[in-house]
Write a protein that binds this ligand. Structure first.
Ligand code: NCD
Length: 379
């Protein structure tokens, strides 16, 4: 089989990936199947994106995610351009995300972006002529890491249902955690164990929406030793230094959890250890030799699921498939005139001319969330 992009030249309709929930469970299954097919026969896909250009716009430093996107596009026979740090882009001169995207979408067929401000890719998706892939926005979302995680789980555990997943570390600022919880909350029989210091607990709104609100069993605990024995998957994360308001607090919390061979002895023989990487100190290097450690295999899978994603978005853009209705591409009316988002990481703090927008949050009256960064807002 040869996978090509015939007929995908009319770019009136654009399919982007901003939040993992932009993809249905069936679409994720199809992406996993395509990634498997590419892994098996990469030569069948080596010209699938010939003459297509991927722009990687990394306003926040990254190596592995950017390289994995670039390697994915090169593996499909496409070409890549872009920047790897905002100081080498016009963002430094004060250009808005909206303007950068309007310009770059004239030069590329698909854009992968990472931005320190939460909600930036949503703005991009509203100003683009080509698909936008969110490669991470602040502490908010990281849907392509989640696709990587799902492919890894499917390979290592054989299924996505009926799993107990322990998420350990920085559950407050860890965007990979937020997107993974959203994604896993759609599979039957999932159970979460949230292991973090109180200060880095999962945001309440997120827990209410994706765990408690869906009746998913969940236990919060402070100790890794206490929880490790009941897990099918241990998802370790880095404490996100760059998102802390104070260096002192980071120093106090940075070594909250360190996975060691001794702690691995308390785990089941078939538990797997995942980590989006980079690790700092949270997994001792001696754990790498344990066959249950699969974080380097996880990085390998990332390239193939991104290949599958690039193919899908290019194939579907211009073929009349619109965005799932999440208020995009046209934003809904502001539900709270006069409100100003208080999240210092929100894109509204830097993007010129961007009006504040709130949507009602949950059932409670008088509760809102920012449309862009999703932070809770009580007037
Ligand atoms: C993660 C990220 O950028 O959020 N890394 C990645 O994408 N591979 C995790 C992290 O930086 O801690």
């Amino acid at each position: 089989m040869r996978a090509g992009l015939e007929g995908a030249s009319d770019m009136e309709e654009v399919r982007s990936l901003i939040d993992i929930l932009d993809l249905s469970v069936e679409e994720i299954d199809q992406l996993i199947a395509t990634a498997d097919a590419i892994m098996e026969n990469p030569e069948d896909y080596q010209n699938a994106c010939q003459n297509k250009i991927l722009a990687t716009l990394f306003f926040e430093p990254s190596t592995r995610t950017r390289l994995s996107f670039e390697s994915a596009m090169l593996g499909l026979g496409g070409r890549v351009l872009g920047f790897s740090d905002s100081s080498s882009s016009s963002a430094r001169k004060g250009e808005s995300v909206a303007d950068t995207i309007a310009v770059v979408s004239a030069y590329a067929d698909i854009i992968a972006m990472r931005h320190p401000k939460e909600g930036a890719p949503l703005i991009a998706a509203n100003h683009t002529r080509v698909p936008i892939i969110n490669g991470g926005d602040g502490g908010h979302w990281h849907p392509t890491q989640t696709l990587t995680d799902l492919l890894t789980i499917r390979h290592e555990k054989g299924r996505l249902e009926g799993l107990t997943i322990g998420l350990c570390g920085d559950l407050k600022f860890g965007r990979t955690v937020h997107s993974l919880i959203e994604a896993m909350s759609r599979y039957d029989g999932v159970r979460f164990v949230l292991i973090s210091p109180q200060e880095l607990a999962l945001p309440a709104l997120e827990k209410a929406r994706y765990i408690d609100g869906k009746g998913i069993p969940c236990r919060e605990c402070r100790s890794l030793e206490e929880a490790i024995g009941e897990l099918d998957i241990l998802y370790m994360t880095r404490i996100q230094r760059e998102r802390f308001a104070s260096e002192e607090e980071y120093q106090r919390l940075k070594d909250s959890y360190i996975l060691t061979p001794e702690k691995m002895e308390l785990a089941r023989g078939d538990m797997i250890v995942m980590h989006p990487l980079p690790r700092v100190n949270e997994i001792a290097p001696q754990v790498d030799e344990d066959p249950r450690a699969c974080y380097f295999r996880q990085a390998y899978y990332g390239r193939y699921i991104r290949m599958a994603l690039i193919l899908k978005l290019l194939q579907e853009s211009g073929k009349g498939k619109a965005q799932p209705d999440k208020g995009r591409p046209h934003f809904p009316e502001n539900a709270l005139p006069g409100g100003v988002c208080k999240n210092p990481h929100c894109i509204t703090t830097t993007e010129q001319g961007l009006p504040q927008r709130f949507t009602p949050a949950g059932e409670g009256e008088g509760e809102y969330r920012c449309l862009y960064c999703e932070a809770e807002y009580t007037p």
